[in-house]
Design a protein around this ligand. Structure first.
Ligand SMILES: [Mg+2]
Length: 330
């Protein structure tokens, strides 16, 4: 395994954790509440006691996005990718969160799907209403495992890991966009080419799973990239809030993350700070943006990177080695 491949894969998971931790204190808040509570977020902050999902969490703490991405990495590395194994791993994760007193529990699609698995619903049906961004937020390990020369392996792996919770064209499309961009970035692509590759996979994935009425991730992202080219930062922020949206809907948060990635490709830390200040699903938008930027070789600040790794005891290097071993084995 080359040093570039290792450092890009490591950068992807690190970027995911950094974007997640920057958005932790602002997640699910409105832009005006964020501004009134924190001013402008310019670094890792602790969450205030009133934070609805992570009250009082220390600065640098990651959330469900990073934790579930590492759960998925472990499932891939240990070869446990059957739907019941995935459902059990997600349910175990939630049990651990609840035991810690955390309010950061499973999202709406995953919660419904795990109950359906317990009720004996077949695996192809448990995720039929899963349209939110849970599939995309935890899919980064698939982009690390699957090289871009084999797009069908990438799509099949996205679908295998996601179908138990998110077996819809829209959710699979969002996950394929993120995994595809990471896959191409690890192979040496710059941000524009990586996003183009990811959007091609998103278009293919949109025909998989159950159909639901939703805007198209690839078309919506491509239009947003065109419309934000050359806009100054306040106009990009306004565009994302007003025209794309920052909710946990796949067709809002995935395009928002990828548009930020392209617009701030040369200023990765700025991209993640923009995500933290957007409002809505800030941590997930930041996590997806950071994962793609890191895969494309972005450098993140050393002090904040060390802080996040220390705060969360993430097994980063061992996880990267395990995932890249799978990538090389084919
Ligand atoms: Mg989160």
């Amino acid at each position: 395994m080359t040093t570039t491949l290792f450092s890009r894969a490591r950068g992807s998971l690190l970027g995911l954790a950094l974007g997640d931790a920057l958005g932790m204190p602002t997640q699910s808040m409105s832009p005006s509440t964020i501004a009134g509570t924190y001013g402008t977020v310019t670094g890792l902050l602790p969450a205030v006691a009133e934070q609805p999902i992570a009250p009082g969490m220390p600065a640098g703490s990651v959330t469900d996005d990073t934790e579930q991405a590492f759960v998925f990495a472990d499932l891939l590395i240990t070869g446990r990718t059957e739907p019941p194994q995935i459902a059990a791993a997600l349910a175990d994760w939630e049990d651990r969160m609840r035991a810690k007193g955390s309010l950061d529990l499973l999202g709406p699609s995953t919660r419904r799907a795990i109950q359906a698995v317990r009720d004996g619903v077949p695996a192809t049906e448990t995720g039929r209403t899963g349209t939110t961004n849970g599939a995309a937020m935890r899919i980064a390990p698939v982009g690390i495992v699957c090289p871009p020369e084999n797009p069908s392996r990438l799509l099949d792996t996205v679908e295998r890991l996601s179908l138990v919770t998110h077996n819809t064209g829209i959710a699979l499309s969002g996950a394929a966009a993120v995994a595809g961009a990471i896959s191409a970035g690890l192979d040496g692509a710059g941000v524009p080419d990586a996003i183009e590759y990811g959007l091609a996979r998103a278009a293919e994935a949109s025909t998989r799973g159950h159909w639901v009425a939703a805007a198209d991730v690839a078309a919506r992202t491509a239009a947003g990239i065109r419309e934000t080219a050359g806009l100054d930062t306040p106009r990009v922020t306004a565009f994302l809030r007003e025209r794309i949206g920052t909710s946990l809907l796949t067709q809002e948060s995935v395009p928002a993350a990828l548009i930020l990635t392209v617009r701030f490709a040369d200023a990765p830390w700025q991209a993640l700070l923009q995500a933290a200040n957007l409002g809505g699903d800030t941590d997930t938008i930041g996590a997806m943006c950071g994962a793609v930027l890191g895969a494309c070789g972005a450098e993140f600040p050393a002090a904040e990177s060390a802080q996040v790794l220390a705060r969360n005891a993430l097994p980063l290097d061992a996880t990267v080695r395990g995932l890249l071993g799978l990538r090389e084995r084919g």
